[in-house]
Design a protein around this ligand. Structure first.
Ligand SMILES: NC(=O)c1ccc[n+]([C@@H]2O[C@H](COP(=O)([O-])OP(=O)(O)OC[C@H]3O[C@@H](n4cnc5c(N)ncnc54)[C@H](O)[C@@H]3O)[C@@H](O)[C@H]2O)c1
Length: 254
């Protein structure tokens, strides 16, 4: 990991899901590039570790426990970031969950929480952030997935939310086309994080149906995805708007 670029000097970035995986790697990458990072999550221990790693490397970070599944918490987290650092330039909606299940056995609770965290959360975060981003000419980076671009077995709720994120991204891009903000999404496939490596598969799943999602090039590193988020969020991507940018080792190529 590491970058000699300082594309986020003077910029304030809010990263949800900052306690782990891609969110943590994003906090590290953005801070390395000079950003002031406000990291949120529901996992306080993980968040403290992210804070420590960033600070040890000389980065600027503050963190707060906020739950993206709750609309009020989304608004409070955006206000907390602005209170902490005085402005907001980038919102990275990284927090997400996956629940594997045979669809006919999936609980209503698992369906509802998947939608709340993966889809409603980024929507409410965007609602809260957009007025600030319009002031700074900032941008939003959402995290979709290969599972939002193709059907994936045993994860119908997850697939629905990630497809939803892809079109939420395009819808916001169209709505704010004439204003100076950008809205994009990254679509990773299997990445070495808790979501992918700690999967709790239900009994009796057919692994034949799962094979194609792992692709032929292995898993990505969280830092690979963070590098793409940093690119999309930076001025290097000033012409990138409404894009769903696959970083998936070719999983969705064919
Ligand atoms: N790892 C992969 O293979 C992969 C592939 C495609 C997309 N993604 C997406 O990348 C994003 C990051 O996931 P990851 O792979 O780093 O997994 P991860 O489990 O390591 O990180 C997810 C983080 O989200 C946090 N979170 C969960 N519920 C929350 C809530 N209600 N409010 C705030 N934070 C909450 C978790 O505590 C955790 O820190 C997710 O949106 C995921 O869907 C991951």
């Amino acid at each position: 990991m590491g970058s000699s670029e300082r594309r986020f000097e003077g910029k304030v970035t809010l990263v949800t899901g900052g306690a782990s995986g891609i969110g943590r790697a994003t906090c590290i990458r953005l801070a390395e590039e000079g950003a002031q990072v406000f990291a949120t999550d529901v996992n306080s221990a993980g968040l403290a570790e992210t804070e420590a790693v960033v600070k040890d490397a000389g980065g600027a970070i503050q963190a707060g426990i906020f739950d993206v599944a709750l609309r009020a918490s989304c608004f409070e987290s955006v206000q907390a970031a602005v209170d902490a650092f005085g402005r907001l330039d980038v919102l990275a909606n990284v927090a997400g969950i996956v629940r594997f299940a045979h669809t006919h056995e999936m609980s209503e609770e698992d369906w509802n929480i998947t939608l709340a965290v993966n889809l409603s959360g980024p929507f409410f975060m965007s609602q809260a952030a957009i007025p600030h981003l319009l002031e700074t000419e900032g941008n939003i980076v959402n995290i979709a997935s290969n599972a939002g671009l193709m059907g994936q077995a045993y994860t119908a709720a997850y697939c629905a939310t990630k497809a939803g994120i892809a079109n939420l991204t395009r819808a916001l891009a169209m709505e704010y086309m004439k204003q100076p903000i950008r809205i994009n999404a990254i679509a990773p496939a299997g990445t070495k994080t808790a979501i992918a490596t700690g999967v709790d598969f239900p009994a009796d799943i057919d692994m034949d149906l799962m094979k194609r999602y792992s692709g032929m090039r292995g898993l990505s590193e969280p830092a690979d995805i963070a590098a793409a988020i940093a690119y999309i969020a930076s001025d290097d991507a000033k012409r990138v708007h409404g894009s769903i940018f696959s970083i998936d080792g070719g999983v969705t190529a064919g």
